[in-house]
Design a protein around this ligand. Sequence first.
Ligand SMILES: Nc1nc2c(ncn2[C@@H]2O[C@H](COP(=O)(O)OP(=O)(O)OP(=O)(O)O)[C@@H](O)[C@H]2O)c(=O)[nH]1
Ligand SMILES: [Mg+2]
Length: 376
Amino acid sequence: MAFGFFKSRKERTSSEAPPAEEPLDETLPAELEPFQPEPAEGEIIWPDFPDDAPSEPEPPAAEPAPAAAPAKSSWTQRLKSGLSKTRTVLTTPVGELLGGHAKIDEALYEELETVLLSADVGVEATEYLLGALRGRVKRDKLTDSGQLRAALKDILSDLLAPLEQSLDTTTAKPFVIMLAGVNGAGKTTTIGKLAKRFQAEGKSVLLAAGDTFRAAAREQLTVWGDRNQVEVVGGQGNDPAAVIFDAVQSARARGIDIVLADTAGRLPTQLNLMEEIKKVRRVIQKADPTAPHEVLLVLDSNTGQNVLTQVKAFNDAVQVSGLVLTKLDGTAKGGTVAALAKRQPIPVRFIGIGEGLDDLQPFKVDEFVDALFGES
Ligand SMILES: Nc1nc2c(ncn2[C@@H]2O[C@H](COP(=O)(O)OP(=O)(O)OP(=O)(O)O)[C@@H](O)[C@H]2O)c(=O)[nH]1
Ligand SMILES: [Mg+2]
């Protein structure tokens, strides 16, 4: 029986066998034992938070407020600093570029093209943006470099607009969210951040530790877990589909609002593992025909144009309904979002701007574009 609370890290082996050769068992749901709810126990082990995450030891959001206001006001700062590389690439050169060009000419467009490409906007989206910019310059008879900058911001905002769609978790109960992505993209960290966020909205959350292939629990957040009563369903089972199936059943039995299902990292080229994640999705559907209600693909923003390949592969496999872009606080160049918007406009539900539990924000086009241009 795969159901159970996370074992302590000490009890788990960090070198569990890789899943690649494991046969897929399509009959799994029928074989599952009936769900037996287990009482909530005191000790809760949280998966995969780094030992040095700055905000881990901090009190939960519910703590009285002196820390809350600065955290909120620092969001723009963090986004800005997270996007600093893009801003360096995009803003400064654009500023210099426009400052150095009295008129809008071919040389300016060429330099702009280089700037956009170096910000990871990608060939396709860069061509689109420049084409639209030329059209706008002609249509509105723009001559001033300031106008050109405003026009580029406008066009970029329009391109990104379809990606801004917040996640509505009220359409089902339990609302089942499955996370997928390549190794190290930030899936497990994002689950912790989401759990905290949903709880702050007054929702009950159950976590399904569907990454059964490696020791997922890295840091024990006992105090936080106790206070917030988040359960982690997981255990010793080798079959991630079984674990998540159990979690969905459990959540339904207990009237839980949201299930967050973790999965192991996998590369699109690992066909066996891609088959396995398809199976996870199918098995979730057997537990609840309307689920999963959201399939979140977690993307490391440092990945550059390769995110396009990841989006396509995971979307083909498990029908991705939302994206999370992590690590925008690092050296990532936020232009990737424009590439995604052009090629595969799947909503970006959240962006990750740090390793801490509070470092997750909904994707807001205006803030994002302002940050990219250093204006927020
Ligand atoms: N700076 C920064 N680091 C992040 C962010 N999100 C995740 N990380 C870090 O990225 C590393 C990998 O995160 P995990 O959550 O373990 O990634 P995962 O996708 O679950 O990894 P696997 O389970 O191995 O596939 C950890 O060190 C996280 O702290 C983010 O938004 N910003
Ligand atoms: Mg993980």
